[in-house]
Design a protein around this ligand. Structure first.
Ligand SMILES: [Zn+2]
Length: 269
């Protein structure tokens, strides 16, 4: 147990935790990926805001141990997660994380490392380069946590059980071979899961799995379908800070998102 966690262990009372979901950090987002691409400048301001408000980054492993009643967490914990493993994570996110002394969790794809985000061609008409294994190892060496995002980014609920098992179990094995470390954390591609996928994730040895159900992760959140907060690429710093006012219900998050959209569209006559 590290010093901060032991200081805060107070009987390991389970606390709500905001798990932020990022995808790409880049100085120049592609227009069709704007919702998922946070600029380097905005990301730096968000980390500055978190640090100024006393938020301490923790890992999924720390959350798992906390929710299992083993360890406490520092006051004001926050988890930063990055889905898909874009190459920009090493180039643009990692230097800002290091400068602000933050650590994050990167979910990468077993079969697509060093390739491109092929699934986005049909969905959004673009491809973005992905981290290769050396780059993923560099993130791990910098103190970040790596987890699985499956093999090839399919909708898991549309696969038969054998193919789903291959996505979840094979990706864990490939990551373990490449990183020399046990892989225990997963993020479902597209946040797509159901009871069957959840059961296969458990059988495949994952301790946590992130969904894209929106909101803070409550103390009784399902460890294999964790809630997250989508950091919208077009949101302002105020929109970002709004996520931390208190735990909000999905309905409140939806209202805030539509308000932010109205602000961006400007007054309409
Ligand atoms: Zn993804």
């Amino acid at each position: 147990m590290n010093e901060r966690a032991s200081r805060a262990s107070d009987g390991a009372r389970r606390v709500p935790v905001p798990i932020l979901m990022y995808h790409q950090i880049t100085p120049s987002p592609a227009p069709q990926f704007r919702k998922y691409a946070v600029t380097t400048e905005a990301f730096d301001r968000q980390l500055e805001w978190l640090a100024a408000h006393g938020y301490a980054p923790v890992s999924m492993e720390m959350l798992y141990r906390h929710r299992s009643g083993v360890d406490g967490l520092p006051p004001r914990p926050v988890i930063l997660t990055f889905d898909d493993g874009y190459r920009d994570c090493l180039e643009h996110a990692a230097p800002i994380l290091a400068a602000r002394k933050f650590r994050a969790t990167f979910y990468v794809l077993g079969r697509l490392a060093g390739k491109t985000s092929r699934w986005l061609i049909e969905e959004r008409g673009l491809e973005i380069p992905l981290l290769d294994w050396d780059a993923v190892r560099a993130l791990q060496a910098a103190g970040h946590e790596c987890g699985s995002h499956g093999m090839s980014h399919p909708h898991l609920t549309r696969l038969d059980p054998a193919a789903c098992r291959d996505e979840l179990l094979s990706s864990r094995h490939i990551l373990e071979d490449q990183l020399g470390r046990e892989i225990r954390h997963l993020a479902y591609p597209f946040g797509d899961y159901d009871e069957r996928v959840r059961a296969i994730a458990a059988e495949s040895g994952y301790r946590t799995a992130c969904s894209v159900r929106l909101g803070w992760s409550a103390p009784d959140d399902d460890l294999l379908a964790l809630h997250r907060i989508h950091v919208h690429g077009e949101g302002s710093l105020r929109d970002f800070a709004d996520n931390f006012r208190r735990r909000r219900t999905p309905r409140e998050l939806w209202r805030a998102a539509t308000r932010a959209l109205r602000r961006r569209l400007g007054p309409r006559g």
